[in-house]
Structures are given as C-alpha cells and as structure tokens.
Ligand binder design. Structure first.
Ligand SMILES: C[S@@+](CC[C@H](N)C(=O)[O-])C[C@H]1O[C@@H](n2cnc3c(N)ncnc32)[C@H](O)[C@@H]1O
Length: 129
C-alpha cells in the first residue's frame, strides 16, 4: 500500500497507477466530483467506488447515477453510495458501443439458431445420502 499525505487534489494529480480497482471516498464531500475526475480514467471496468455520506454531494450522486457516465450505482447501507465502473459508451461512427457489450454473444443470445441450448439458471439440485 502507498500512503500519500496531503491535499488529495494534489497528491492524486500525478503518478497514479495504470489501473485502479477500488476507490474509497471519505474526505471532503464537496470534493468527491473532483477526486472522481482525477481517478476516472484509471478505473478499470468492474472497479468499485464506495462513497461515504454521498448524500452530501449531490453533484457526485448525479454523476455516478447518470447511465451515460459509465457507472452502475445504488445507495447502500447508511448514506453510502456503491458504484461500479462499467465504462463509458464510446461513439464509433454512428454506433454507440459499450466496451463491455463487445463480447461474442452466446448461441442462445441475440437471434441464435432456434433451439439453441440455454445454460441452466441454477445448478442442478444436489442429492445427498
Ligand atoms: C469524515 S473524515 C474521514 C476520515 C477517515 N476516512 C475516517 O473514517 O476516519 C474526512 C477527512 O477528510 C480529510 N480531508 C478533507 N479534505 C481533504 C483533502 N482535500 N485532501 C485530503 N484529505 C482531506 C479531513 O481532514 C478529514 O480527516
């Protein structure tokens, strides 16, 4: 773990790791949007952001809750906002592409041949004895 002491707006402005998996926000609530802006490009798809007392930062909540900004976000526990980075949709040509949606569809998805096998939703029941 690396500890950076001082004003987060300065200490996080340079030399960030290439990829961030978890962002925990619990400093000055008014700075949540600025801190997020500093880190955002480094958040890998699937990265978690936990923001304490996020209700005190309406601008932050608006940002992570607007789907176009590339987060899935929900209130969690008491005054905590839990968000997952899903990646901002990029406009390529005239088609909007979500990077997470670019995987190859499975046969039963999106018009696979009729009768394509569908994977079971649950594991089969276990039989004991
Ligand atoms: C609510 S306290 C939480 C402290 C710690 N996370 C905890 O749970 O004990 C908020 C802290 O953020 C610090 N803080 C406020 N603005 C900051 C900034 N720009 N950079 C770094 N820390 C800041 C304050 O000094 C304070 O210690």
């Amino acid at each position: 773990m690396e500890l950076r002491e001082g004003d987060a707006l300065k200490t996080l402005a340079l030399g960030l790791p290439a990829q961030v998996d978890l962002l925990l926000l619990d400093g000055a609530k008014a700075l949540y949007p600025d801190i997020l802006r500093l880190i955002e490009d480094r958040l890998r798809p699937g990265a978690l952001i936990v923001a304490d007392d996020a209700d005190d930062s309406p601008e932050y909540l608006a940002r992570v809750r607007a789907p176009r900004n590339g987060y899935l976000s929900t209130p969690f526990a008491v005054d905590v906002e839990l968000s997952v980075r899903v990646g901002r949709s990029e406009v390529r040509g005239r088609v909007k592409v979500n990077p997470l949606a670019s995987r190859t569809p499975r046969p039963h998805e999106n018009g696979g041949p009729p009768g394509s096998p569908r994977p079971p939703c649950r594991s089969p029941p276990r039989v004991w004895g």
